[in-house]
Design a protein around this ligand. Structure first.
Ligand SMILES: NC(=O)C1=CN([C@@H]2O[C@H](COP(=O)(O)OP(=O)(O)OC[C@H]3O[C@@H](n4cnc5c(N)ncnc54)[C@H](O)[C@@H]3O)[C@@H](O)[C@H]2O)C=CC1
Ligand SMILES: CC(=O)C(=O)O
Ligand SMILES: [Mg+2]
Length: 579
């Protein structure tokens, strides 16, 4: 019998085998001399032993002393720590970019060492390679650009994508993260500069899922400008975004090209503006193995947090349908969360028609009701009957909604920093809930709906708090600590991608995503949950990702979709899935 942990461990080690077996000979290096030193995939810097220096034509190209990998690692960490010390007291953005630069330089030079330091220090480095610093990097990407890290497709490449995709040097690619740059975190349309996000996501794939970086690809498609983007250095096309059929025909061509070359790849759509996020998900999810991280990954992480909140209140999970939940932001992320949470309520109660009763949705125009003019069809299932709660009208403000509804949970995916104002947080303090929860999930930090300190200050100490970007725990005095959770889709997307890849499923189904969310939801112990800790520490991201990956594989097997990957066939997967 396989326990879940053993299964997960086996999956991971097997995945390493899967992901490493088909690389076109990491041991057979065709390059020689300086070409090797300039190739970060093969470069070992001063770590090449003398025998390799002779064999690879490196003798004389390096200082004579061989510095071991461990010594190089220690030297890098020393430089990093001294940079950290030297940038203390400088403006946050300067210190953050300095840290990003030193990591990026290492990445450009020596990938093996880069990923080693990243994996070993993921908690320290995640805020640099991922949110919040990655947002700053995207905003400044055209100036920071030194080497291409991924591929760039634009409107000018129509008709050429099939041949272009063969320009990528790796024979095998398992994971692809794709953005069109149109909604980068809460920073809006950054065009080609948005490629920083998929780069950060793939770094998380390496750190969390152990996926071989040589078999991953980041892509940006249609590096067009939003109108009015005026930076002189901008590296994308200087023309408005394509719209309608013209846009879709480009993405269609791109998807065909990718899956023609790599039929077993998984494509993660990232940071597409809402209209294209939903449209492309519906268009491709039954044709290709793909998912939208902002809609589906975020939903699973939020649902796990919402279920954790019920446990933190000391209630049974069966009480989840009674929780009053206010969702602020009716975009791809907010609607994704609502859909998954409402489906969970429908499953629990068996009553789909009333499942959305306790959810309240607001967008930039306030409470969304059935009276809304031009109601977005995607938001329609969550629109309220005006009058369901006396005094709550179409477009009611967040403060009015919180005062009237007295919610258990306030969940923000609006992209608007500070929208959970002091008044709103104080109103939440007066809610009916024994332990209200605040999820300020928008990224990066400046776009968070409130800070952790403000949440504990105004909504009271008896809250559960989570944010999309990291905040420090809050010192509440008298030895008490307000715990800060990071509610970020990084807890699920690496496991979804890993599980989908290992299973060899042709599609990523709702069942596989639900399994991922349930795995995360059940990961924390009651003791941790009682302390307000809803998600694992980033230090354990490898373990939770293995668990999530295993649950995705099991769901794919149960749905008879698992076709296997590499030398692991469907029968073996089915056998290993038996617990
Ligand atoms: N923590 C996480 O894992 C994730 C966080 N996010 C964050 O969520 C945010 C939103 O992402 P998307 O839904 O894709 O964006 P979006 O642009 O599709 O949607 C934003 C929504 O917020 C609403 N909104 C704007 N101003 C508002 C206001 N003052 N009050 C209430 N609602 C307002 C808009 O009407 C729209 O419905 C971004 O900041 C993004 O970084 C997104 C995905 C995952
Ligand atoms: C985390 C993430 O995917 C976002 O903020 O868009
Ligand atoms: Mg995203």
């Amino acid at each position: 019998m396989w326990s879940q942990a053993r299964f997960a461990a086996s999956r991971l080690s097997r995945s390493r085998r899967l992901f490493s077996s088909a690389i076109p000979g990491p041991c057979i290096v065709h390059k020689r001399g300086a070409d090797i030193l300039h190739d970060p995939w093969f470069n070992k810097d001063t770590g090449f032993p003398l025998t390799e220096r002779d064999r690879l034509g490196l003798r004389g190209l390096l200082p004579p002393r061989v510095i071991s990998f461990e010594q190089q690692y220690a030297r890098f960490m020393e430089s990093y720590r001294s940079l950290e010390k030297n940038t203390k007291g400088q403006p946050d953005s300067i210190a953050a970019l300095a840290k990003w630069r030193i990591l990026n330089r290492l990445h450009d030079r020596n990938e093996t060492l880069y990923y080693r330091v990243l994996i070993d220090n993921i908690k320290d480095f995640a805020p640099t390679i991922y949110t919040p610093t990655v947002g700053l990097v995207c905003q400044n990407y055209s100036g920071l650009f030194r080497r291409p890290r991924g591929m760039y497709f634009s409107a000018k490449d129509k008709g050429e994508m099939m041949s272009m995709i063969y320009n990528w040097p790796a024979q095998q690619v398992d994971m692809i993260v794709l953005t069109d740059g149109s909604r980068i975190l809460g920073l809006g349309d950054l065009g080609v500069q948005g490629i920083g996000i998929p780069i950060g996501k793939l770094d998380m794939y390496v750190a969390a899922a152990g996926i071989n970086p040589q078999r991953m690809l980041v892509l940006t498609i249609k590096g067009c400008l939003k109108t009015g983007f005026v930076s002189k250095m901008y590296l994308g096309l200087r023309q408005p975004r394509l719209e309608g059929e013209e846009y879709l025909s480009i993405v269609d061509e791109f998807m065909e090209a990718v899956f023609t070359r790599w039929p077993k790849a998984i494509v993660q759509f990232e940071d597409f503006q809402m209209k294209w996020a939903f449209e492309t998900l519906e268009r491709y999810r039954k044709r290709f193995c793909m998912f939208n991280d902002d809609i589906q990954g975020t939903a699973g992480v939020a649902l796990a947090g919402l279920l954790g909140t019920v446990r933190a209140q000391g209630r049974s999970l069966a009480d989840f349908p009674n929780q009053k939940i206010v969702v602020v932001g009716a975009g791809s992320a907010g609607l994704g969360v609502l859909s998954m949470a409402v489906q969970a309520v429908a499953r629990m109660t068996g009553k789909a028609e009333t499942a959305a009763r306790n959810f309240f949705l607001l967008d930039k125009d306030g409470l969304v009701t059935k009276e809304r003019k031009n109601l977005d069809p995607a938001a329609a299932p969550f629109a309220k009957d005006p009058g369901q709660i006396v005094g709550l009208r179409e477009g009611a403000s967040l403060l009015e909604v919180v005062k009237k509804v007295k919610p258990d949970v306030l969940l923000g995916l609006s992209g608007v920093g500070g929208v959970f104002s002091e008044e709103v947080l104080k109103a939440l303090h007066e809610s009916d809930s024994s332990k209200p929860a605040i999820f300020a999930m928008s990224n990066p930090t400046m776009n968070a709906e409130c800070t952790a300190a403000d949440a504990f200050k105004h909504a009271g100490e008896n809250i559960v708090f989570a944010s999309g970007s990291p905040f420090e725990n809050v010192n509440l005095g008298n030895g008490k600590v307000g715990h800060v959770n990071q509610a970020n889709n990084m807890y699920l997307f690496p496991g979804i991608g890993l599980g989908a890849s290992i299973s060899g499923a042709r599609f990523i189904t709702d069942g596989m995503l639900q399994a991922a969310a349930e795995c995360l939801a059940s990961y924390m112990t009651d003791e941790e949950i009682q302390k307000g800790i809803l998600y694992p520490s980033i230090d354990s991201i490898r373990h939770i990702t293995a668990e999530v990956g295993a649950s995705v594989v099991r769901a794919a097997v149960a749905e008879e979709l698992a076709e296997g990957h590499g030398d692991v066939g469907p029968k073996e997967l089915a056998h290993m899935s038996k617990v």
